[in-house]
Ligand binder design. Sequence first.
Ligand SMILES: Cc1cc2nc3c(=O)[nH]c(=O)nc-3n(C[C@H](O)[C@H](O)[C@H](O)COP(=O)(O)O)c2cc1C
Length: 313
Amino acid sequence: MEDVTDVVFRRLCRKHGAAVAMTEFVNVEGLLRGCRNARRKIQLSDDDGLTAIQIYGSNPERLAEAARFAEAAEPLFIDVNCGCWVPKIAGRGAGAGWLRDPAAMVAMARMVVSSVSLPVTVKTRIGLGPESHMPIIDLARRLEDAGVAAITIHCRTAQMGHSGAADWSWAARAREVVGVPVLVNGDVRSAADAKRAIDDTGCAGVMVGRRAIEHPWIFREARALLERGAEVAPPTAAERIALCREHLIENVAQRGEPFGVHCTRRHLSGYLKGLSGAAALRQRLNGCDSLEGCLAILDAWSPRAEISPPLFG
Ligand SMILES: Cc1cc2nc3c(=O)[nH]c(=O)nc-3n(C[C@H](O)[C@H](O)[C@H](O)COP(=O)(O)O)c2cc1C
């Protein structure tokens, strides 16, 4: 996920049970032009062995070239984003824009597959929308013919963006017609959802997006339920505070101050959920640009925080 699944967050997700992580999507033109931010996104760390690089673009030759470039970073596989609905991306033919012409998407996928020796996967949606017959079933079959090694289906149309409910039944139907693994994506927000998504669809796995931003513990919770039928206890207050500390420290080590602090903020309210005085704590953290200050605020937290105004004065 853009601005989310950087090297630090991938590590945290893996630590909490994620099987495979994916980089932020990387624009192929930026990557091939040598844009610093694009190059940063494909840099994998030593513990990134189970990380895929995701690329996006509208030109098949450039996607193939960028896939070759990304291959040198030694990801687990290369994923091509054919699902981003954002107008500035889909409107220019990249991301979900490929769903306007499924045959072109398949030809592009074939070209990317033949350009690299790593497995190539595709993440897409059930259709552009609002067509009554979604292209995804036939598309999945043709992507498999093109040599794609797995398909992730965000079970919404592009037109839906992130609104409305994901309809996992499309992943079930696509899964029936292909031999490669299909991963179901969209609205998996708990371990129970992950189990239901797999039970209902027969898919090989689930991809979790937004819920991980606020609750990376979802991975260990889902694993416990899927592998052992066990429900694990929710994170304790101490674990929640510890994750805030760890994420802040690692982000600042990676990005410096204040950016490392700022880019952790989107996670903190989720991490702190349910703690007494969470709202006041979050407010103080949001007003603090330094690592030292944030850690002091976290260290001052106690279960009685909400009845101890001086701590949060
Ligand atoms: C902030 C944000 C950034 C995202 N960036 C990407 C991306 O770079 N590549 C991608 O395939 N999907 C991206 N997505 C979409 C998610 O991967 C996922 O398909 C979507 O949120 C639905 O799954 P969920 O209900 O588990 O969140 C992004 C979503 C969000 C909220």
